[in-house]
Design a protein around this ligand. Structure first.
Ligand code: FPP
Length: 246
């Protein structure tokens, strides 16, 4: 088995993004309610955050709650929001210990006031940390993000702050929730589903995609290592030929 330590020497994704999927099915397999899966998913979040920081990943982004997830039963939404609050409270020490800075993307204003306040507090308290940036995508949807960016840019065009011919990647990037993050290098999705589900559509243009058969609550160091090892064996050409790269 590859360990985190053994992978440090190879090329690492600067920005790793994860679609944490399969909590519900993990619980169902055990004859339990879906929320049991989310509760157990928290352990995988904690381990993955610590292991990513130890590995030397600069940016880790986790899809924790999508704009579409609001449509789930109230008990499930409430549980996810409560887990967010309790995890933030509990993990502040771990974030500091690992020099991790917390960040959030999405329509954060739509979170319940308790979750919003706790999130802002931990973002503020970790803002001086200089290691890995952990971004939680909360009430996030890539189409919403793009609509929001287009509206802001359009307004600036209308007010003669930007001219249409100057709109380029840099301007678009600077209007996204992820304006302070680099493009995604590696996107991992657990649970065997092969979908992007409205996650970081602009930012994954050249990302390597890796789909794994493990349900999120079972995701451990060995699975992170497997995804990184696979990434290390890929040739990223960004539209060029192999010969041009060498
Ligand atoms: C997808 O599984 C998972 C989620 C919608 C939520 C992810 C949340 C956690 C791992 C726990 C809390 C997070 C933090 C950051 C503390 P699913 O419910 O869609 O599973 P299914 O596809 O099997 O139904």
């Amino acid at each position: 088995m590859d360990t985190i330590e053994s992978l440090k020497a190879g090329p690492l994704p600067r920005h790793l993004a994860i679609i944490m999927d399969g909590n519900g099915r993990w619980a169902k397999q055990r004859g339990k309610l879906r929320i049991f899966g989310h509760e157990n998913g928290v352990k995988a979040v904690r381990e993955t955050v610590e292991n990513s920081a130890k590995l030397g990943i600069e940016f880790l982004t986790l899809y924790a709650f999508s704009t579409e997830n609001w449509k789930r039963p109230k008990l499930e939404v409430d549980t996810l929001m409560n887990l967010l609050v309790s995890s933030l409270k509990k993990e502040l020490k771990t974030l500091h210990k690992n020099n991790i800075r917390l960040n959030a993307i999405g329509n954060i204003d739509s979170l319940p006031s308790k979750a919003y306040a706790e999130l802002q507090e931990v973002i503020e308290k970790t803002s001086k940390n200089s290691g890995m940036v952990l971004t939680l995508a909360l009430s996030y949807g890539a189409r919403e993000e793009l609509k929001h960016a287009i509206q802001e840019i359009s307004l600036k065009v209308k007010n003669n702050i930007i001219s249409p011919e100057n709109i380029d990647d840099t301007i678009i990037n600077s209007h996204l929730y992820t304006h302070n993050l680099p493009d995604v290098d590696l996107l991992v999705r657990t649970s065997g589903e092969h979908r992007i589900s409205n996650f970081l559509l602009w930012q994954i243009a050249y990302a390597e995609l890796y789909f794994m058969d493990v349900f999120w609550p079972d995701f451990r160091e060995e699975h992170l290592a497997e995804a990184i090892k696979n990434y290390q064996n890929r040739e990223r050409r960004f539209g060029k030929t192999s010969e041009q790269l060498n």
